[in-house]
Design a protein around this ligand. Structure first.
Ligand code: B12
Length: 212
């Protein structure tokens, strides 16, 4: 029988097939899908983050871990997304220009979806003007921007400034997140909100939707 600790270990080792088998067995055993994500998949990826930072893991290994985690997430996703629930709000989500990190963003998207909101995921390295075009096309309630690099954080400010230039700022709330981002930075660039993790991102979206 798989357990969360073993699942986290398989993520760290980048053993995708093992991760898939373990997630399937945890689901079959009736474990809570959110717990599988938080205590297995994310727990493993957190260790990867620490080891990568310490120079104990290298990019190819990190990518293998990331792919394993994403594979596991895909299996759990249908169980926690309330697809048949009527959407209570529309969220446009993307990683800003120059930034290829998407694990945390996808997790945020997945949990927001599971909270009954509609998510349009634009992917990674999204040019500022593409966000603006998509906001015009889809008219989301909230645009959620992710950045994992200090060098790409300013692209979040670019989106807000372009929204102001296009007279769209009043039409959409902007929230930001990602490891280097903070509430202080959100205040500095005039974003409507910041959340440190996927769980609080859902609460933040619901709070902003309620105040609309
Ligand atoms: C995995 C990873 C990669 C993978 C990305 C794979 C992928 N598909 O995403 C690869 C190998 C490609 C990669 C590449 C690079 N990386 Co990298 N990477 C990481 C690592 C180890 C983990 C990130 C991660 O997935 N964490 C797990 C998720 C679950 O957490 P998260 O992303 O923080 O997301 C959570 C919250 O932040 C929040 N959140 C995230 N987005 C949003 C959005 C909103 C709206 C909200 C509300 C909340 C929210 O909720 C999420 C879930 O709880 C981090 C280290 C770290 N500790 O963060 C480095 C790190 C981010 N990378 C770093 C660097 C330097 C790079 C490279 C430049 C390396 C290089 N020399 O090539 C390249 C840049 C490529 C590019 N242009 O983007 C640095 C950044 C340093 C800095 N301060 O700028 C870090 C911090 C590592 C380090 N300490 O040096 N990386």
């Amino acid at each position: 029988m798989a357990n969360y600790e073993e699942l986290a270990k398989s993520v760290i080792e980048g053993q995708k097939d093992q991760v898939l088998d373990q997630v399937k067995s945890l689901i079959a055993a009736g474990n809570n899908p959110l717990e599988i994500v938080n205590e297995g998949l994310i727990a493993g990826m957190n260790v990867v983050g620490v080891r990568f930072k310490a120079g104990e893991m290298y990019v190819p290994e990190v990518l293998m871990a990331a792919k394993s985690m994403s594979g596991g997430l895909e299996l759990v996703k249908p169980l926690i997304s309330a697809a048949d629930q009527k959407s209570k709000g529309k969220i446009l989500l993307g990683t800003v220009k120059g930034d290829l990190h998407d694990i945390g963003k996808n997790l945020v998207g997945m949990l927001i979806e599971s909270g009954g909101l509609e998510v349009i995921n634009m992917g990674v390295d999204v040019p500022t003007e593409d966000f603006i075009d998509a906001i015009i096309e889809h008219e989301p309630d909230i645009v959620a921007l992710s950045a994992l690099l200090t060098t790409t954080m300013p692209a979040m400010q670019d989106v807000i400034e372009m929204l102001e230039d296009e007279d769209l700022r009043g039409k959409v709330k902007v929230i930001i997140g990602g490891a280097p981002v903070s509430q202080e930075y959100a205040d500095t660039i005039g974003a409507d909100g910041y959340a440190p993790d996927a769980g609080s991102a859902v609460e933040l979206c619901k709070r902003l939707l309620a105040s609309k």
